[in-house]
Design a protein around this ligand. Structure first.
Ligand code: ZN
Length: 300
């Protein structure tokens, strides 16, 4: 791979401990580390007194208790959800036992693809139904904070980022992370939508990003440009593979992901599928059947 993404992984934190990481921004990290969550889910608390909680995280009572304990004497007025993967939204139901704050999200899992009738993949939190649906550009105001909703489908069809306007800080969820590229897994994940959502960020003025997993991204546009470049290289790798007669996704993965451990090949295959779907839509690849992991592809 030619492009160098300036990855950042180091995070100064302790599980269950709420830390102030910027003016009006606190974070507590859930103890759910994995190859997909890095150290775990970072739940953010915005403002003071009457606060917003961003992504309550997995259904982990200890994590919810840590949030509640940290906010003794304060009130949660809003619960903002970036998207409905199992490490982001199931904590909402647990938090409801302590707070009647309404939840805000773009929609339930798959909301951005409902009109296409796409059956969304497992791994989504199918139980989550937001109290309030938010739309792109909407501003939500609380005590001493306000956020702008930035609809960024791609990682999931209902993914939304929130900009804390007072800090020009974008809570970027899993759309853009500092430590890793995003997994784009069809059918709910969508590469075309994802690339458009990356372009959208280049048009914005955000001073920094706070992703759900890992440290802040302090040079956002450099990072986003590197991600776009990286995806273009992946597309090129796929076209090269097919050109050489490697026409099935499972055979492309080991050639494309030479630095990736084998146990992540399945996830990588999902990402290749997303890119292939995009290349077929763009007319660069051709196929006789439906786009799938098992299908055989050829150059158009
Ligand atoms: Zn996710």
């Amino acid at each position: 791979m030619g492009v160098k993404i300036p990855f950042r992984r180091e995070l100064d934190f302790r599980y269950g401990e709420v830390a102030e990481i910027g003016p009006g921004i606190r974070r507590v990290v859930a103890n759910n580390p994995s190859p997909f969550t890095l150290h775990g889910t970072g739940t953010y608390i915005l403002g003071t007194g009457k606060v917003a909680v961003v992504d309550p995280g997995p259904a982990d009572p200890n994590h919810i208790q840590a949030i509640v304990d940290a906010l003794a004497g304060e009130t949660i007025s809003h619960v903002l959800v970036t998207h409905t993967h199992m490490d982001h939204s199931p904590g909402c139901a647990l938090l409801k036992k302590f707070s009647d704050a309404p939840t805000y999200a773009y929609g339930p899992h798959g909301a951005g693809k409902l009109e296409e009738g796409v059956a969304v993949e497992e791994g989504g939190d199918m139980d989550f139904v937001p109290d309030h649906l938010v739309s792109h550009g909407e501003v939500i105001s609380g005590g001493d904070w306000s956020v702008e909703c930035v609809y960024t489908p791609g990682h999931t069809s209902n993914h939304i980022c929130y900009q804390l306007r007072e800090a020009k800080a974008l809570f970027s969820g899993d759309h853009v992370m500092g430590w890793s590229t995003s997994v784009i897994s069809p059918p709910d994940g969508d590469m075309l939508a994802y690339m458009k959502s990356l372009d959208l960020l280049l048009e914005r003025e955000d001073d920094l990003y706070w992703p759900t997993h890992g440290p802040a991204i302090i040079d956002p546009k450099t990072h986003v440009r590197a991600f776009i470049e990286h995806r273009r290289e992946r597309e090129q790798q796929i076209l090269t593979c097919v050109g050489k007669g490697v026409t099935h996704i499972p055979d492309m993965v080991p050639l494309m992901y030479t630095d990736t451990p084998e146990f992540l090949y399945a996830a990588a295959g999902r990402s290749v599928l997303a890119a292939v779907e995009y290349l077929v839509a763009r007319g660069d690849l051709a196929i006789d059947s439906a786009v799938s992991l098992q299908a055989e592809y050829r150059l158009a």
